[in-house]
Design a protein around this ligand. Sequence first.
Ligand SMILES: [Zn+2]
Ligand SMILES: [Zn+2]
Length: 265
Amino acid sequence: MPADYHTHTPLCRHAGGAPEAFVDAAIAAGLTEYGISDHAPQRPEPFDDWRMSEAELPEYFEWIARARAHAAGRIPIRAGLECDWLDGGEPWIADLASRHDWDYLIGSVHYLGDWDFDNPKWLGRWAESDVEAVWTHYWQTYARMAESGLFDILGHPDLVKKFSFRPQGDLARFYEPAIDAIAAGGCAIELNTAGWHKPCAEAYPAPGFLELACSAGVPLVISSDSHAPQEVGRDFTKAIALAKAAGYRETQLFEKHRRRGEPLA
Ligand SMILES: [Zn+2]
Ligand SMILES: [Zn+2]
């Protein structure tokens, strides 16, 4: 099984489980590596209620150390963060990058302006939004994140579909410019299995996006986005089949920001 690099810890206030339980789940799932990438702190604090605070970073490092101690060489434990891409936020990402000897950083778009559009508390706001305009805003933001060069992996590419608000017509008009930016930026994207368990009932990204990304030579990782031990490596068999159908023959491993391919089993 590929590595699972997008996983959370209780420090983000909406995940549960001890590091030992996550590691045991990763080993039981037969994963190549287990990477921890909790929601990064964000200034100004308090920013929202779904992330660790800056003061909790040492506790996060301790959590990762506990996972490594429990793994005791049975599975590599990688250290990462899921960072929020916000307009003008580049200096803060660079600051976070210097706080630890990270194996990788994931960049994610959860915010459009002040709106964390993937938060279920905003379903009402979605219902009164111009979906075409929200999607346009989202993909332009995602392309800027890809071009920033600050991340090793780009998270859940089409998260904007989470609640199944989708524009009419062929969505390739949104995908193509974003994939050009991703290919130019040179980072990997993730095939995130959590989408199968959301209202959109489809992994992130959609199969059409994945095919275009593969054709453009964009590297891939497979991620669960687990917020509990039982979600580690969830649906990876299904995800491998989807990645292969899109043309992928390998996924990526990261160590100290260095990437190497691993054949898809
Ligand atoms: Zn989360
Ligand atoms: Zn995310």
